[in-house]
Design a protein around this ligand. Structure first.
Ligand SMILES: [Mn+2]
Length: 197
């Protein structure tokens, strides 16, 4: 089983994350931000990555540190669980419809962090969560997991649908990318022989 655990305590957050890349989408998520929990749970359920994510963050300041560290720790756990990335599919993409909304997510577990974000919200908040933090969440997970990540909202109106379609699309893209391809027989999926840098 490809698993990892991250425990990290700073003046801003106290965080515990566990992942199992070969799971069934079981989750235990409590970040202290209801809407973020809802999104991280979608990520687990649709990626089939089992995910525990418990955070005690400085929400009396604002939601920035908690959101950022949530993504950083999950990304760190994923890359740790991937190990040398031998045999993985590496690439994944998904078109993600949700009612009137359609988004597209493409990912390469390249070791070269890069986020292209072409999405916008018309509301400043979803639940109590600041919508500007979603781009930052994806930027942060791309940094630590080493993802080249392209996210585009093709169209949509409802802010809840827009956000949820992006998280579900990311989940499905990651589900494909972390999968072991038996035809690769454990080979690192790069002609360079190493993924990253
Ligand atoms: Mn929802």
């Amino acid at each position: 089983m490809r698993t990892a655990r991250i425990e990290r305590k700073t003046h801003e957050t106290d965080i515990f994350v566990e992942v199992n890349l070969d799971g069934t989408g079981q989750f235990d998520v409590s970040t202290g931000i209801g809407f973020l929990d809802h999104m991280v749970e979608q990520f687990s359920r649709h990626s089939l990555i089992d995910l525990t994510c418990r955070i005690n963050g400085d929400l009396h300041v604002d939601q920035h540190h908690t959101t950022e560290d949530c993504a950083l720790a999950i990304g760190q756990a994923i890359v740790q669980a991937l190990g040398d990335k031998g045999g993985i599919v590496r690439y994944g993409h998904a078109y993600s419809p949700m009612d009137e909304t359609l988004s597209r997510v493409a990912v390469d577990i390249s070791g070269r962090p890069f986020l292209v974000w072409k999405a916008a919200f018309s509301q400043p908040r979803l639940g109590e969560m600041d919508t500007e933090l979603f781009e930052h969440w994806f930027h942060s997970i791309a940094q630590t997991a080493g993802l080249t990540l392209h996210i585009e909202l093709l169209y949509g109106a409802n802010n809840h649908h827009i956000c949820e379609s992006i998280y579900k699309g990311f989940a499905r893209a990651m589900r494909s990318a972390v999968e072991i391809d038996p035809r690769k027989q454990g080979a690192i999926p790069s002609t360079k022989g190493v993924l990253g840098g």
